[in-house]
Design a protein around this ligand. Structure first.
Ligand code: BGC
Length: 763
């Protein structure tokens, strides 16, 4: 009976059938079907369309939900959910309007871009993926879910699982890099972390896999741009993480802005209905991206009425902000351009989501301010974020073991990223509370205590050109220093002069990456390069900490700077985490999940490419009439899977349990990994496979297994990978998922280039 409390509150008859008779939904949950049938039978067309409407929260002020524009619409039953409201009171007030003032009292869902944490912010997803630690990834999502739910949020627009091979695209920061196998593992871990085992609990929130699909492959790396690729490529190289998210039971999917086969994803029936719902048998609801419906007018697909009908008919259920469904579907229905069955199917999916979240049982289940006080930015959560962040930094170079630094003497910390708290969390930190976070300078001082002195100078602005800098700091995350480049540099040189070692905190500010932050040049901004050059000219050891939301081009730096570590944007605890690694409390263990190019001209450069008919025999030199460049090798500067440690790892005794495998059998690959250095550390052991002959061209290698292991100094461990026929499968020309008998290579090693190879045959 409890289920009908909400309807009762709104004064609607409680005599709804409790009998478990399913009449239409067919979801497999007869109670839910009966409930939704009954509720839908009471709904007017206007109320149905209201459920499909997801406006943004812009005008909500605490205590005034009722009188806000959205509040009025909610009371009229014209809203299904609202997103990006921070504050449990505001959410409670608006929910109260929905439940108590609207005719049917249908609760709202409250969404937010909780992409890598709520107030406890974890590293940006690209950084997080470099940990290759699926437990950590899941844990980060779990903490995010607990914090967000305690603030009234029940739905997150995450995980973002778009495969990306183009670091010009600013949203590379939000995904897990270039590899579908790793990306699928991350997708599973994130969905599990957010949704847990039972969405009816009040600390688990609904995931939204985005952006479906292929958003990470825009032409020229320019955000929102056209995507066009073969279906073989979609299925073999881009779809796996979306599919994994669907199979993990993600409650919702978000469409992408781009076109696919010329049709915007939001109106692409093949994509949404045939692939996602049909082939993958997924039964959640589909929300559009922000104004993706009305953007189809600019794509040239018609006026708002036309594009809204196209979206609905393709399988889209909820309209984010465009007001196309709410505004035009009634007319389309009247004119016979859509039918009621199509509208009902969408409404049903939204109501089912609310049911699965337990909102009909208790629309206030996420409203408990006392939970937030205990949960948000708790000591336990921030310790977790700090620990996980240390796993994400990638040590690219460490000549003469400059790192770790000793806590002694005078350490000069110089650069535009050295003393800024607001730039630590990175893109999509909607709920971040910058006042609570430390700068790197503060963290370094705390880490060394009385043992050493840390001195600081900004050294340069992010860019010499103030206008350019303003584009990358639009939301006010950086204060530009009014001094000239000359003055800033002179100060830095004075500070550096008295130091024993220099740490240069350089790179991108937080907003150089993320949405609408594509870059055509990926090198260090000129003014920062000049600063670095001046610091190097002192002859003192220099450590470069590269902050970035994407792989950047560091060819110049790699030739000159003795130690380079990529620290991405490490989240709210980035300062402490970087100090932990720089001063050797933790050995770096992150490995790249996106290749770092030598130059922008190489893009896209990725490890799992096809071979071409004219591969080079020796990539280190130019070969006429072979596939390559006159002026550069094909290989990236730092390959996929690459990352150094303070210790060294030796790989030995690689064996396969058999060199033959049957279609139903498995073989085991075993390798011994030894920590041959002086530090206890983690290593990420990687397995790649190459299919030597296929009915279509096959990649030169594909990641098919990885394990993150901890080894004490001197310790050895046997690492085993099971090779199953499933791992050998791919989508053939007819898009059948098959493994083809023949020769394969198994490869094991510390990254995608340093590999030991053994052949085997699939019978
Ligand atoms: C982004 C999405 C995000 C949405 C809601 C869009 O602009 O592309 O990733 O979830 O806004 O904030």
């Amino acid at each position: 009976m409890k289920l009908f409390k909400i309807l009762g509150m709104a004064g609607v008859s409680l005599s709804l059938a409790l009998a478990a008779t399913s009449c239409g939904g067919g979801s497999g949950d007869s109670d839910m079907d009966a409930f939704v049938d009954e509720l839908m039978s009471k709904m007017t067309l206007e109320e149905k369309l209201g459920q499909l409407n997801l406006p943004a929260s812009d005008d909500i002020v605490t205590g005034q939900a009722k009188s806000s524009n959205i509040g009025t619409m909610v009371a009229e039953g014209k809203v299904g959910g609202v997103f990006n409201i921070k504050g449990v009171e505001k959410i409670r007030d608006l929910q109260r309007v929905a439940v108590e003032e609207s005719r049917l009292g249908i609760p709202l869902i409250f969404g937010m871009d909780v992409v890598h944490g709520y107030e406890t912010v974890f590293p940006i997803p690209l950084g997080l993926s470099c940990s290759w630690d699926m437990e950590a990834v899941e844990k980060s999502a779990r903490v995010a879910a607990r914090e967000a739910s305690s603030a009234g949020i029940c739905w997150t627009f995450s995980p973002m699982v778009d495969i990306c091979r183009d670091p010009r695209w600013g949203r590379a920061s939000e995904g897990s890099g270039e590899d579908p196998f790793l990306g699928a593992a991350v997708a599973r871990a994130m969905v599990k972390g957010y949704q847990g085992d039972n969405l009816k609990n009040n600390d688990e929130i609904m995931a939204c896999v985005k952006h479906f699909a292929l958003y990470g492959a825009p032409e020229g790396g320019r955000d929102y741009n056209t995507v066009d690729m073969s279906r073989q490529r979609m299925f073999n190289e881009y779809f796996a993480p979306y599919k994994a998210g669907a199979e993990a039971g993600a409650g919702s999917f978000m469409t992408s802005f781009n076109t696919i086969d010329g049709v915007p994803a939001t109106a692409n029936k093949w994509l949404l209905t045939d692939v996602l719902r049909g082939m993958w048998n997924w039964d959640g609801f589909i929300v559009t991206d922000y104004t993706a419906i009305s953007e189809m007018i600019d794509h040239g697909l018609g006026d708002l009425q036309q594009v809204s009908a196209l979206a609905l008919k393709a399988g889209t259920d909820m309209d984010m902000v465009a007001n196309g469904f709410n505004g035009t579907l009634a007319q389309s229905l009247e004119e016979g351009k859509v039918d009621l069955g199509q509208i009902d199917a969408a409404v049903r999916r939204i109501l089912e989501a609310k049911y699965k979240l337990g909102l009909f049982e208790d629309p206030y289940k996420y409203i408990d301010p006392s939970r937030g006080e205990k949960e948000i930015y708790s000591q336990a959560n921030l310790e977790e974020a700090r620990r996980i962040a240390t796993e994400t930094f990638v040590l690219l170079k460490n000549d003469n073991n400059v790192l770790p630094l000793q806590k002694k003497g005078r350490i000069a910390l110089i650069g535009p990223l050295a003393n800024t708290a607001s730039n630590m969390p990175g893109t999509w930190s909607v709920a971040a509370n910058f006042e609570r976070y430390k700068t790197l300078f503060d963290a370094f001082k705390e880490a060394v205590g009385k043992d050493a002195e840390v001195v600081y100078a900004k050294g340069s602005n992010l860019e010499e050109d103030a206008e350019l800098e303003s584009y990358a700091t639009m939301f006010g995350r950086e204060m530009r220093d009014p001094r000239s480049e000359k003055e800033l540099l002179a100060e830095a040189m004075r500070v550096a002069a008295g130091a024993d070692v220099i740490v240069a905190a350089l790179g991108e500010a937080s907003e150089y990456s993320g949405e609408s932050s594509s870059r055509s040049s990926l090198t260090l901004p000129e003014t920062q390069r000049r600063l670095l050059e001046a610091l190097l000219s002192t002859g003192k050891p220099v450590v470069m900490l590269n902050f970035s939301g994407r792989p950047t081009v560091m060819t110049w730096e790699s030739e000159r700077v003795p130690a380079i570590m990529n620290v991405w944007f490490g989240g709210s605890e980035a300062g402490d985490a970087i100090a932990d690694v720089v001063f050797g409390k933790v050995s770096p263990s992150g490995k790249l999940t996106m290749s770092m190019p030598r130059s922008v001209g190489q893009i896209p450069v990725y490890y799992n490419h096809l071979n071409t008919g004219r591969p080079k025999a020796d990539d280190s030199k130019f070969e006429k009439f072979r596939s390559g460049y006159i002026d550069l090798p094909n290989s990236p500067l730092y390959p996929f899977g690459y990352g150094l440690s303070y210790t060294t790892f030796d790989y030995s005794d690689f064996v396969l349990s058999s060199d033959e495998m049957t279609e139903n059998g498995t073989i085991t690959a075993t390798v011994t990994v030894t920590n041959s250095g002086k530090y206890d550390a983690d290593e990420i052991v990687q397995l790649y496979i190459r299919d030597m002959v296929g009915s279509t061209a096959r990649p030169v290698k594909e990641l098919k297994g990885f394990q993150r292991i901890s080894l004490r100094a001197g310790e050895s461990r046997k690492v085993e990978f099971e090779i199953t026929p499933e791992l050998l499968k791919f989508y053939n020309y007819d898009l059948e998922f098959v493994c083809e008998p023949g020769e394969f290579l198994a490869m094991v090693g510390p990254d995608s280039e340093r590999l030991t190879v053994l052949p085997f045959t699939l019978k």
